[in-house]
Design a protein around this ligand. Structure first.
Ligand code: NAI
Length: 384
């Protein structure tokens, strides 16, 4: 099978997430980086794109890229949307409508209604619309999911998810325009920290437990009082398989760096994994001894074996987790082109439905926070 063509919108020079996408998409040689509208400044986007080797497929805007790629017989097989949040909906919608497969950064949209529109569009066009909950690409996160699914820790009683960092803890810096916009409702919508980081943690809890969040109660606060939106939230939730969920997200937790961690407690065992030590998974069997599962050990599970790239003891990190999302997508696009079935171990990339569920949770967290922690339905209307 020939290589697939890949393009990116956003992710320009100096952007936070662009390099991880380029590394991830390029790792397995499945995708060639052939097109991009990489910057909100047309000239800068074209210049940078040309330096990346895109030649005449370095576009000045996503609209130019849509027109240019639509007209080509060798149009991109997948386009990644790595622009700021408020642009995700219109770009993703336009590319899906024109028959492209899309990987959209999170949050997929700004509202639940937009999210529903994207889900309906992906379903009606039959195109792939993935959402980059990239941390679910880690080999040991996939293994946790496999262990839960095969019953290694029994029925899951409780899941504890955290995504708490300290990068916006400086009150003296809160008015800095580079920080302030993140807490400005006009630019980010109804939620700041939960919509930015909390949704990763909540999605990972769902992914690993194989359950969806049904209702939640949130305590949201702005620890730095000039902020309109929350910089810290504690969210209690319930899942459709009966699991109890607890989630803490924060941007004022000084001393925490990235801070994404997941703990799953079942009737016969517990699991603990942290994004900053992604090559170890801790497993405590009931009445047993604490065990360390190392990424790269043989025969863990088909899902873990498939996503482990270097031998045990060599560190793997975040761009390789993204690479696993891209490798799932390459497999999905090939299955789509050939009309063949997909390897089930690859069929794990996060979907538009996950992006929509996150958006419903964002609105429920914001509303619950305003209602003193009232328990609210966390499901999008189309999944009730
Ligand atoms: P950034 O501000 O560092 O970079 C944004 C890039 O998009 C810049 O190169 C900018 O010029 C370009 N851009 C903006 N508007 C554009 C437009 N209309 N057309 C073309 N290019 C445009 O932002 P960052 O931190 O890289 O975030 C981008 C997205 O990625 C956000 O939605 C964010 O939530 C998400 N993100 C996801 C992460 C993950 O783990 N999945 C981690 C970090 C960010």
């Amino acid at each position: 099978m020939q290589k697939l063509n890949w393009g990116m919108i956003g992710g320009g020079e100096g952007s936070q997430i662009g390099p991880a996408h380029r590394l991830g998409a390029g790792l397995d040689g499945a995708f060639d980086f052939v097109a991009g509208a990489l910057d909100h400044r047309p000239e800068a986007g074209i210049t940078y794109g040309q330096r990346m080797g895109l030649a005449d497929r370095a576009y000045g805007s996503w609209q130019d890229m849509l027109a240019g790629e639509t007209a080509r017989p060798d149009r991109v097989d997948l386009v990644t949307v790595a622009t700021p949040n408020a642009t995700h909906f219109e770009i993703t919608k336009a590319f899906l409508e024109n028959g492209f497969n899309v990987l959209c950064e999170k949050p997929m949209t700004m509202t639940v209604e937009e999210g529903e529109e994207i889900v309906k569009l992906a379903r009606s066009t039959g195109k792939i619309c993935a959402v980059n909950y990239g941390y679910t690409g880690y080999s040991l996160v996939r293994h946790m999911r496999a262990m839960v699914a095969r019953g290694d820790i029994g029925k899951v009683r409780l899941v504890k998810a955290e995504f708490a960092h300290g990068h916006h803890a400086d009150a003296a810096d809160a008015d800095n325009p580079r920080v302030r916009w993140r807490y400005d409702p006009a630019q980010v919508g109804v939620s700041a920290q939960f919509a930015d980081c909390g949704i990763h943690a909540m999605h990972m809890a769902s992914f690993v437990c194989g359950q969806e969040v049904t209702r939640l109660s949130a305590d949201t606060v702005s620890c730095i009082d000039v902020r309109v939106l929350e910089d810290d939230a504690m969210v209690n939730f319930r899942m459709d398989g009966g699991t109890v969920g607890r989630l803490w997200t924060s941007s004022i937790a000084l001393g925490r760096q990235h801070g994404l961690t997941l703990q799953v407690f079942g009737e016969t065992g517990g699991l603990r994994w942290a994004q900053e030590q992604p090559n170890q998974l801790y497993h405590m069997p009931l009445n047993g001894r604490l065990q360390v599962i190392e990424r790269g050990e043989g025969n863990l599970s088909p899902e873990a074996d498939r996503t482990s790239r270097v031998t045990v003891g060599h560190a793997e990190g975040m761009p390789l987790a993204f690479a696993n999302i891209y490798s799932d997508l390459a497999e999905a696009i090939r299955a789509q082109k050939e009309g063949s079935p997909m390897d089930p171990a690859a069929n794990l990339y996060p979907r538009a439905e996950d992006g929509l569920r996150s958006m419903a949770a964002v609105y429920a967290v914001a509303a619950s926070g305003q209602q003193d922690g009232a328990w609210l339905d966390a499901r999008p209307p189309m999944f009730r």
